[in-house]
Ligand binder design. Sequence first.
Ligand code: G6P
Length: 476
Amino acid sequence: MNSVLLASNRGPVSFTVSDDGVLTMKRGGGGLVSGLSGVAGEEGVLWVCAALSDGDRGAARQAPGGRLDHAGYETGAVRMLDIAPTTFHRAYNSVANSTLWFVNHLLYDIPNAPHFGTRFRRDWESYRDYNGAFALALAEEAGHGARVMVQDYHLTLTPAMLRAERPDLRIAHFSHTPWAPPEYFSLLPDAVAGEVLEGVLGADHAGFLTRRWAGAFMDCCETMLGAAIDRQAGTITYEGRTTRVGVHALGVDGKALWARAGEPDVESHMAAIREQVGDRRLIVRIDRTELSKNIVRGLLAYKEFLDAHPEWHGRVVHLAFAYPSRHDLPEYREYTAAVQRCAQEIEDEYATDDWNPLILNVDDDYPRSLAAYRLADVLLVNPIRDGMNLVAKEGPILSPRCALVLSREAGACAELGAHALVVNPYDVTGTAEALHAALVMPEPERARRRERLEAAATALPPHRWLAAQLDALGTP
Ligand code: G6P
């Protein structure tokens, strides 16, 4: 039986299936997977995740008991849950991504959304079922007294459900997102908001990326559940049980990142980029095409920068890599189109025969992203709101001379803000000015800041981040 279990919607790998039924495996994306991948594969650790696509379902069905490692995949111990597609779709797209993600990132266009009608109630049932499927699998797989690390907003109900099944287990929940303040969280129907909070409080330890998000969670528990909060001690007491709240600022394993970034495929992408842009300065951004990442305002800021600084025409290129994400949601498809339109406008206005001011790529290419980091002079990270943002941490590790323009609403700003150029993500002109300041930053200052950014970015690498949370649950 397993002594440590990880549970998350997205697992370490995903599969695509070709027309003739051949499965191809690739690494999963996003901050959560980057954080956990380092520990997967260790002795006694099992990762339970959901099948997200037809390819994943195919792989999960072929694997005995859903165990990908038992089917010969080199994933470490992974059990992929084959949840009915309709249940999965309602839980993942409608509740997790269109509701809980929107609430915690403050993304609603309030006069028009959300609408919590009967359809939402139906979807909420699916979210419960989906959380229940995880609780059941974890209850089956966990050894006596095992430690279970439940991840993120997809699985807020699982801790309480699992505790009801297996009171012997020690359970942690970790939020990789921000948490909304009570006045925004209370957009959710009261019963739903209560269930989410009580679900997380089913854990012994509730973890967050920054003090700010932990504080917002405590505020919600106090305001909406009437729970007793001890902010000094970091505890929440509700219905006779106490949950500890911890802040664990996930960082990057610099050595492992360098090991990957030094590989030949990355080097050849570097050569290709250099071929394309010559010796021009590079402003780089790398994101999922995600509403919260604020890509359109980032492009508008670059446009304002070009308007204000003709002396940079022909001397700078913006590499914007926005890889596809959550395309089952219409808002995301529209957002991708808006990003493309905005990029086209910049090209139409400024491109010359021998200078392309902007290279936008909307396909996924991990080695190419690593190559871009290595070449960056400026890294732009300007989310509306973000749990942490690992791009802000990875860039300064890989780029020898990158200056960081960073949104004050990114969790990473708590650790990196002192050494970055901090911007209000809504302030397009302010962001344009910061891009200019980053480009003209003198070399010694650049080097000093980059060094400090790197130190902060690597302070809590994934294995220590997870170890701290396991310690918080006590030793076996
Ligand atoms: C964020 C979330 C993760 C999620 C990732 C990618 O980092 O906190 O839970 O896995 O985005 O999103 P996706 O919907 O593609 O899994």
